[in-house]
Design a protein around this ligand. Structure first.
Ligand code: BES
Ligand code: MN
Ligand code: ZN
Length: 500
């Protein structure tokens, strides 16, 4: 499996003179467009070489303050300057994260076969803004290394985030950004790896590898152990594939931590729809159907690496949903871990079955809060589009904790209800419940199904990331085409907010 290596990133109080590219902001301030982060020395050199200040050069070359818009200008002495629109001058960390991402994506195209040294000058002073600049820059540098192992030339040699703050908090912010960005890129790599390379067995081994060197215990249940253990969801869904299912459990228990969160992720390494086979165009991107598992595993790695004082158990439910002579059928009745029987109405509603096994198992660890992450339904994409994930929860207390963390992390979630009566749509004549209802409110019925496997009284939030987990369109901000690493930053921010 190939993996992306983050460029080295440092923090400096002034713009390094050997930078090949300088990224600056352009923002609206009281009705005027102003450059943000412009080093005085750079402006002097530009004025000397071109006979007018950088602001004039930027204007004449069509720079705008529109968020994400970039214009590349000649700097002095062969240096190049990228001016990135920031919108209004009073920026949030997320606006800075986006601008830095756009800046780095533009910079990556400038070097040709020579990697460029980039300075990010966005006038970041507060630790959250410094973190945003560093995260955005690292995430914007991402590219997927071809499966052939062919070395695509490294585009970014190094990144320097320039900040007038030399405080220890500023350094810590950069360290945190590096750890979090590495985890997001790990999740992206896993999602982008095709399903003939990444399947339950190899995914589980990769998860084990990612836990190495950290205070994480790893346990992997293979197909035989799952069958013996009564994990009927994973066994049924994985039964159609020659690559057997796996359940990976990571546990992180730092000294002194009292609060315990469980993270549960959907890890369908490829979703053909099974016997309810998907049409070609709907199937093509289904290597992304393990993005929830990728997110919880990568986030757990980051939480352990940061040494956050909170207990975490992480479950990744891995299976490949294939049609074959051993595939599970519509109308089959399966027994989920713990004994609940489920009538399978549609073999393409496989995610909730593997999640049910993992949720019941997670409940046995007595967590205070369970957060599950899954590319669960097409319905949530119809409802919220490709850039917003759905959030459904046991109550507003659980929802608000996750929404607050998402806000801090700069990820977009929108709460959807689980209306009274939704569970009743899942009544079955032959089992404890059916796996699906009708077409109406598909994301909500899926959530109601999952909720029946969460122990009474435990706070629970369900993140349906089917929309934003995979970007089929052109890159934007710090988001590349392909796997995005959605939910990693929110889960880390949640763990940060729950520390004892
Ligand atoms: N993996 C899909 C959901 C999905 C759709 C993820 C689009 C990412 C992008 C899921 O397993 C699925 O097929 N869901 C069905 C459920 C239905 C059969 C009840 C769906 O949404 O159509
Ligand atoms: Mn499916
Ligand atoms: Zn699926």
């Amino acid at each position: 499996m190939t993996s992306f290596t983050l460029p080295p990133l440092t923090l400096a109080t002034s713009c390094p003179s050997d930078a090949d590219v300088v990224v600056l902001g352009f923002a609206d301030s009281a009705g005027r467009a102003v450059l943000v982060g412009l080093p005085k020395d750079l402006d002097k050199r530009v004025t000397k070489q071109f006979g007018r200040p950088l602001l004039d050069v930027a204007r004449s070359l069509g720079a705008t303050t529109n968020p994400g818009a970039t214009v590349t200008l000649p700097g002095a002495d062969g240096q190049r300057v990228i001016v990135v629109g920031l919108g209004e001058i009073d920026v949030t960390p997320e606006q800075v994260r986006r601008a830095a991402g756009s800046g780095l994506r533009t910079a990556a195209k400038l070097g040709g076969d020579r990697a460029v040294k980039v300075a990010v000058c966005l006038d970041a002073v507060e630790p959250e803004v410094i973190r945003g600049a560093a995260e955005g820059a690292l995430l914007g540098s991402y590219s997927f290394v071809k499966v052939s192992g062919e070395q695509s030339p490294v585009a970014i040699a190094s990144i320097t985030v320039v900040s007038s703050s030399g405080k220890p908090e500023a350094r810590r912010a950069v360290e945190t950004a590096r750890t979090v960005a590495a985890a997001v890129c790990l999740a992206r790599d896993w999602v982008n790896t095709p399903a003939n390379v990444l399947y339950p067995e190899t995914f589980a081994e990769a998860a084990r590898g990612a836990a190495k060197g950290l205070r994480l215990d790893v346990e992997v249940l293979d197909d035989k152990a799952l069958e013996r253990g009564g994990y009927g969801g994973l066994t049924a869904v994985g039964g159609g594939s020659s690559h057997g299912p796996r359940l990976v459990r990571l546990s992180y228990a730092p000294r002194g931590a009292k609060t315990h969160i469980a993270l549960v992720g959907k890890g369908i390494t490829f979703d053909t729809g099974g016997l309810n086979i998907k049409p070609g165009e709907g199937m093509f991107t289904m290597k992304n159907d393990m993005a929830g598992a990728a997110a919880v595993l990568a986030a757990t790695r980051a939480i352990a690496e940061l040494g956050l004082k909170v207990n975490v158990t992480c479950y990744a439910a891995m299976a490949e949903n294939m049609p074959s002579g051993t595939a599970y059928r519509p109308s089959d009745v399966l027994t989920i871990f713990g004994g609940t029987t489920v009538e399978n109405v549609n073999s393409d509603a496989e995610g909730r079955l593997v999640m049910a096994d993992a949720l019941v198992r997670a409940g046995r660890d007595n967590p205070d809060l369970i957060v599950d992450v899954a590319t669960l339904t097409g319905a949530v994409v119809v409802a919220l589009g490709e850039r917003v994930a759905g959030l459904m929860a046991s109550d507003d207390a659980a929802a608000d904790r996750v929404l607050d963390a998402a806000e801090t992390a700069g990820e977009a979630f929108w709460q959807l209800p689980i209306p009274d009566g939704t569970r009743a749509k899942l009544d079955s004549k032959v089992a404890d419940l059916r796996s699906g209802g009708n077409r109406a409110g598909g994301a909500l019925t899926a959530a109601a199904f999952l909720q029946t496997f969460v122990p009474e009284g435990v706070l629970w939030a369900h993140l349906d990331i089917a929309g934003p987990a995979f970007n089929e369109d052109a890159p934007y901000d710090y988001v590349p085409t392909g796997g995005t690493g959605t939910a990693v930053r929110t889960l880390v921010a949640l763990a940060q907010s729950l520390q004892d």
